[in-house]
Design a binder for this molecule. Structure first.
Ligand SMILES: Nc1ncnc2c1ncn2[C@@H]1O[C@H](COP(=O)(O)OP(=O)(O)OP(=O)(O)O)[C@@H](O)[C@H]1O
Length: 260
């Protein structure tokens, strides 16, 4: 770990799409840090810049300006094998639409990040067992995605995101395609992993219920972070934190500038 003890540092990140009349400034100077073991939520209205932010952290797109450091390393400067290693080993991804590969079994999907990097799969059976148990998918490992429900698919995808023990998991609306019951199961299991294994998770969500599992939430509006909520632990129940999240969302929807 680097001396500052910050896992992820996002510094003055701007992202401009298009030019001239077609210019959209999706991120207008976003700065925040993520500490190891944090479960950080990013919330904001549609079009506020959440996915763009996740994409620049994932190196799917380059920021127009600003810098991003993971464990003290400037990821914007990564090229070639260093970039591939960052994307493959250091980040785990969890998407709204699961993104499982249809002609691979659940087990093969979960092990794919390891297989791609030539890691000995036999040695990882223990990790597979632990994650399968956590997500309650032991009986599903030999099934194909078409044989799974949406909730089951997302629990397989979550195991895939965590199998390589990444520095950080980037989750983009992971409950967006799930019903309430399956969203709750997923969030409980992610939260359990975060608390017991101290995994670091950065999650974009519209869903106040999902966000209430986070330890901290950044609210983004028009490409800037304008508010932060932190769950007061020990002491604050998840219900009380949920109520505070909903209050900020209501104030935002009403166009209030008195949130801060
Ligand atoms: N590839 C692109 N080209 C041009 N404009 C883009 C592109 N991607 C995003 N934008 C614009 O940047 C802004 C932020 O988009 P972004 O997708 O990050 O928002 P979001 O908060 O994730 O929205 P949603 O919740 O609807 O997914 C929007 O105005 C969007 O239209």
């Amino acid at each position: 770990m680097n001396a500052s003890n910050k896992l992820l540092e996002v510094k003055e990140v701007r992202k401009v799409f298009g030019e001239g009349q077609n210019e959209t400034m999706a991120l207008k100077g976003v700065t925040f840090d993520v500490l190891p073991g944090e479960f950080l939520g990013i919330m904001g209205a549609s079009g506020s810049g959440k996915t763009t932010l996740l994409n620049v952290i994932a190196t799917m797109m380059k920021p127009t300006s600003g810098k991003i450091f993971l464990d003290g390393q400037n990821i914007s400067s990564f090229k070639g094998s260093q970039l591939a290693a960052y994307r493959g080993d250091q980040i785990g991804y969890l998407f709204q639409q699961f993104e499982l590969i249809d002609n691979l079994t659940a087990k093969e999907n979960i092990m794919l990040p390891l297989a791609i990097h030539g890691i000995n799969l036999k040695e990882q059976e223990q990790a597979l067992l632990q994650l399968s148990k956590l997500f309650g998918i032991e009986e599903l490992l030999n099934k194909f995605p078409s044989q799974l429900s949406g909730g089951q698919k997302q629990r397989v995808a979550a195991a895939r995101a965590l199998i390589s023990n990444p520095c950080i998991v980037l989750a983009d609306e992971p409950t967006g395609a799930l019903d309430t019951k399956n969203a709750k199961i997923l969030m409980e299991k992610l939260s359990e992993h975060n608390q017991q294994q101290e995994s670091t998770i950065l999650m974009v969500t519209h869903d106040a219920n999902a966000a209430s599992y986070c330890s901290r939430i950044l609210f983004i509006q028009d490409g800037i972070i304008f508010h932060e909520l932190r769950r007061n632990v020990p002491g604050e129940s998840q219900e009380a934190f949920y109520a505070r999240i909903v209050m900020v969302m209501a104030q935002l929807a009403g166009g209030s500038s008195n949130v801060l």
